[in-house]
Design a protein around this ligand. Structure first.
Ligand code: GRF
Length: 202
């Protein structure tokens, strides 16, 4: 089977992107990362891509009147790079319905809590402040509702009474760097079957 092509969309420091690049280099992801796109010019993710010799594009939201017109340009770039599926890694924008319809069940995201608990932007802190005993990252398919798509992988981590918010963040990021490359590889090898909310790993 030919390798699938994918893109990573990221807005921030890009530690997940880096883990993905390393996994590709180690032969652990059976797919080609063709392009990294960011909506933030200064995103360190773009730097990680350049260092790895992967095309790194900045698309400026200020050049567009609304979310869909921005996404139309992003999708155009994805098509130019013949991207089969899309990986959001710390991408701080909601994707439009247009984007989702262009890549139905073909956009993955990682969220730093065990969904459906603690959706939204401050998931790690909220789980910590809530006094949850377990938390951990979720990889899911992107649908129109934020943090709501079918779940591919989760890793549950105990919150230790000795944990600080910082130590918990560190643990969650390490788990993200384990499960995201794994989920991407499963997806790229056609091992993921989505039926309604249910994902079966073949
Ligand atoms: C991760 O915690 C991820 O779960 C969330 O955004 C963060 C991105 O981190 N969606 P990084 O930019 O990959 O370091």
């Amino acid at each position: 089977m030919d390798k699938m092509n994918f893109a990573v969309l990221a807005s921030g420091r890009g530690s997940n992107l880096l883990a993905i690049i390393k996994a590709i280099e180690a032969g652990k992801i059976h797919a080609q990362l063709k392009v990294v796109i960011s909506d933030k010019k200064e995103a360190y993710a773009l730097e990680h891509a350049r260092k790895a010799g992967i095309p790194a594009l900045f698309v400026d939201p200020k050049d567009f009147k609304d979310r869909e017109s921005f996404d139309r340009t992003v999708v155009k770039r994805l098509q130019e790079f013949k991207v089969d599926f899309v990986v959001l890694a710390g991408y701080m924008r909601l994707v439009s319905i247009y984007f989702i319809q262009e890549y139905p069940n073909r956009i993955l995201n990682i969220h730093p809590s065990l969904l459906p608990a603690f959706r939204g932007l401050h998931a790690i802190r909220e789980a910590f402040d809530y006094g949850a005993k377990v938390t951990g990252p979720t990889v899911h398919i992107v649908v129109e509702q934020m943090d709501d798509g079918p779940i591919i992988l989760q890793e549950a981590l105990a919150i230790d009474p000795k944990d600080s918010l910082e130590s918990l963040e560190e643990k969650i990021h390490q788990a993200e760097h384990r499960i995201y490359p794994q989920a991407i590889d499963l997806f790229a090898r056609g091992k993921i079957k989505v039926e309604g909310r249910k994902v079966t790993i073949l």
